[in-house]
Design a protein around this ligand. Sequence first.
Ligand code: CIR
Length: 252
Amino acid sequence: MTTALVREVGDSYGRALAEPGAPDVDLSHARTQHDRYRTELANAGYRVEALAADEDCPDGVFIEDAAVVLGDTAIIARPGAASRRAEVGPVAEALSVRFSLVEIIAPGTLDGGDVFIAGNTIYAGLSGRTNQAGLDQLFGFASEAGMDTVAITVGDTLHLKSAVLPLDEETVLVTVGGAEEEPLRNLRIIYEDPRERYAASVLPLGDGRLLVTSAAPRTSDVLSDLGYEVVPIDISEFQAKSGGLTCLSILF
Ligand code: CIR
């Protein structure tokens, strides 16, 4: 992986989808946090490419949800939230330069935040955003690419990766009760500290280095004790809108 595709924080970001009662966001602070995120990706060796914001797409910064890259194919998602459907156009255009494109079509819905790959297996969540038809289409593309597929029912959270985050090819960080665990039986599970429920978000940077949200210091200690090198980062302005570290980029 050498490129990180990100999307600028638009002026309309304050209108992004959020849980009831979520705090208001500070736009300038969000942009400062986004800059730091981009710097950490650049420090990890990624060439960071930023797409312009579209003010009609307040959630556009959560670019991960717009596409899933599988080998030399990019699967263009069909976001489960109707207000997010227009986000995919510019992402598809940017990816079309390097990948052949296929797309999730109606009635399927799929958010990239419901998908992760570990080794030759693609794990995908059935959630409030990704439905069975979307999952079936995704798994069809993955099977054609020779990959194994595993479906996971997501619990009381937005996306699979709100609750199950890959740390490396064999290991996931799991929020207890956030998703079915039986389908993860071939992976090593590390649990998020229960006092930091859904506060821990992780993005592997390679060579055992993990970008970890500073809102989860106890979980960070667990990861450090296991031998990972933790790089803390504050993304409170994105967590306020139900986002995590993976959702701010597409890596390829
Ligand atoms: C949403 O509700 O769709 C956005 N406010 C947050 C999306 C976060 N995406 C992700 O974790 N992949």
